[in-house]
Design a protein. Structure first.
Length: 399
């Protein structure tokens, strides 16, 4: 056995027999990131003493963490299929769309940059701007940064909006709309890729992409990025007043613009690997088709109602349906590739569910009313389960 391979085997054995070595290795590798996170938590604790500082600190964290975690769905395929292009070209293109999209909402809705996701025509909101910020509200985007670093595609809508929800009803409305979005996107994506697999394979694999494809992809990706901002811009703006002054609008837009530049400089950062591992997603035509399916679903959900939606769950449905369809339609023998696809989909869903649980926990910590509603709900489930078990067991016992 070669010395290099022997060294790798020894490392694997050490990780199995000494799990703490994984933590030490992770801490060493991510030392700078962990220091930044530690400082961020300390700043969040002090920020609760000053309303203005808390508002702008929470917004600053959210402006990068929301875009970074959701980049796999809004910009992931765009980044993956444009690896050879300069990062600042991609940044300026998406940055211009960002400015135009947010500016339209600000001027058309008279200070509202969220396309009425947080504030309706009558001025009502399910996510009121707090008079005082709690520690749980400020750390929500910091937790999101940690999950992003761990390559976990969680819902920024659940994680950031839930801590501002006035009641559990605001959370359940998001959950129900997001689950329906996942199911619709999974089925639609599966049908498109399974029914058209032979045609897609014929033109995608055996023919070089036409020069028009990159232009089409940039147009579709630009539309997707704009619609994503209309849906998920609320996750960032939730820290700020529901109607922004002009100087606040400039800071809001400028901060996201700079954070977007950092994201492109890092080429999507760690979480981009979720897109990179998918089958032939770097092909500009495959990336365009994925984005086109996704943007159609987002537009439908955008027009369906103003209730915020987890775009993460919709995107996971799109790529999940595609992966299953492609692996079923392929004539490849064996079950290894199918099991791999199911494993990837299951892992992504597990991470998204973990994000939902963390979101509810943070919301419970931030709002006593939500905590009471959730505890009452869990209590009713427990009582129902106990009653159901008794109703089943008693006749059996009496028999």
């Amino acid at each position: 056995m070669a010395p290099h391979n022997e060294l790798i085997d020894n490392r694997r054995k050490n990780r199995i027999t000494h799990p703490y070595l994984n933590l030490l290795e992770f801490a060493t590798r991510e030392r700078t990131f962990l220091i930044i996170i530690g400082i961020a938590f300390i700043m969040a604790a002090f920020a609760t003493l000053n309303w203005h500082f808390a508002m702008w600190l929470g917004f600053t964290f959210a402006s990068y963490s929301a875009v970074a975690n959701d980049s796999i769905q809004s910009l992931g395929t765009f980044i993956e299929s444009n690896k050879k292009r300069k990062w600042y070209i991609l940044w300026l293109f998406t940055g211009l769309i960002l400015i135009v999209t947010i500016s339209f909402s600000y001027f058309y809705f008279k200070g509202d940059v969220t396309y009425q996701r947080l504030l309706d025509d009558q001025g009502n909101t399910a996510y009121p701007h707090p008079e005082t910020f709690s520690f749980f509200q400020i750390i929500a985007p910091i937790v999101l940064l940690i999950l992003t670093r761990l390559r976990m595609p969680v819902s920024t809508t659940f994680l950031l909006l839930s801590v501002f929800s006035a009641s559990a009803e605001g959370i359940t409305s998001i959950v129900s709309k997001s689950i329906s979005g996942y199911l619709i996107s999974f089925i639609l994506s599966f049908v498109i890729w399974y029914a058209g697999y032979d045609l897609i394979r014929k033109y995608f694999k055996k023919r070089k992409a036409h020069v028009a494809w990159p232009i089409i992809q940039w147009a579709v990706s630009g539309a997707l990025w704009s619609v994503w901002l209309m849906q998920d811009g609320a996750n960032i703006a939730v820290f700020l007043p529901r109607k922004l002054e002009f100087y606040q609008f400039i800071i809001f837009t400028g901060t996201i613009f700079l954070g977007l530049g950092l994201l492109f400089y890092l080429r999507g950062d760690k979480i981009q690997e979720i897109v990179s591992e998918k089958v032939r997603i770097s092909d500009v035509r495959a990336a365009t088709l994925v984005d086109f399916t996704y943007v159609l679903l987002l537009i439908y959900k955008l027009l369906d109602s103003t209730v915020p939606l987890s775009t993460t769950w919709v995107f996971l449905g799109v790529i999940g349906g595609r992966e299953i369809a492609v692996n079923i339609a392929r004539n490849k023998k064996g079950m290894k590739h199918k099991r791999k696809a199911l494993g990837q989909i299951g892992r992504d869903l597990l991470y998204a569910t973990i994000g939902l649980i963390i979101s509810v926990a943070l919301a419970s910590g931030a709002n006593p009313l939500i905590r009471k509603e959730i505890m009452d709900f869990l209590s009713s489930l427990t009582d129902f389960s106990a009653f159901s078990w008794l109703a089943w067991w008693l006749p059996v016992y009496l028999r």
